[in-house]
Ligand binder design. Structure first.
Ligand code: SAM
Length: 207
């Protein structure tokens, strides 16, 4: 039992900050698991990104959502931020052509105390990562400051613990909405994607 718990704890830690060979595997899992890919593309669709817009994604992981964002913002700029060097490398490989063209920029940094080039942004995205951040309401207030007035933000959560339920997804949506409220970015709308468990996306607009 103790060994099982230790393995579970190490695996969870890898999803929080993938590193080393295990981190490569975790990145591969995140980029190939069909529910992950589906939820990222769905969230990008909800953000309704226009061709010339500037978009930033926090906790971009292996860069699946970045690729979907770059396809939409094909005359704009997409910036991906992650504190894992392994994830930044994988995101770079996945978006090689757009990085070379200067349409995708990658920033290896933590969301706390980061400097993000390329703003102000029209839209921001964070998928299954806000719960991992230190003082998330403070971080969201800072992110709000990177958006232009009227800029959109989408926060996505799909509980991944064993036995996760639809009630947990609904609770996650409420938590994200409360954090946005605290950060001065009143939540505008909640969307749910019917996966198992469901995915919650909370959308807000900078006043
Ligand atoms: C569960 S993964 C999700 C990755 C991607 N958004 C997806 O849905 O496939 C969480 C990601 O957030 C990143 N992350 C967690 N805490 C972070 C922080 N404080 N600053 C920057 N990135 C962070 C991790 O390194 C990891 O890549």
């Amino acid at each position: 039992m103790a060994i099982k718990q230790r393995i579970l704890r190490r695996t969870v830690r890898q999803f929080h900050e993938p590193s080393g060979p295990a981190g490569h595997v975790v990145g591969w899992v995140m980029s190939t698991r069909s529910s992950n890919v589906q939820r990222s593309r769905w969230a990008v669709g909800l953000l309704d990104v226009r061709p010339s817009e500037r978009v930033v994604e926090f906790g971009c992981g292996p860069g699946v959502a970045l690729a979907a964002l770059a396809r939409r913002a094909d005359q704009g700029l997409v910036v991906g931020v992650d504190h894992s060097a392994v994830m930044i490398r994988q995101a770079g490989r996945r978006n090689r052509a757009a990085v070379r063209a200067g349409r995708v920029r990658l920033v290896h940094a933590s969301v706390d105390g980061m400097r993000v080039p390329g703003g102000p942004f029209d839209a921001a995205l964070a998928v299954n990562t806000v719960g991992m951040w230190p003082e998330p309401a403070v971080r969201l207030r800072e992110i709000g400051g990177l958006l232009r007035p009227g800029g959109r933000i989408a926060l996505v959560s799909q509980p991944r613990c064993p036995g996760a339920t639809a009630a947990m997804s609904a609770a996650a949506a409420e938590e994200l909405a409360a954090l946005l409220e605290e950060a001065g970015l009143g939540a505008q709308r909640v969307e749910m994607l019917d996966l198992d468990p469901p995915v919650a996306c909370v959308l807000a607009v900078r006043p």
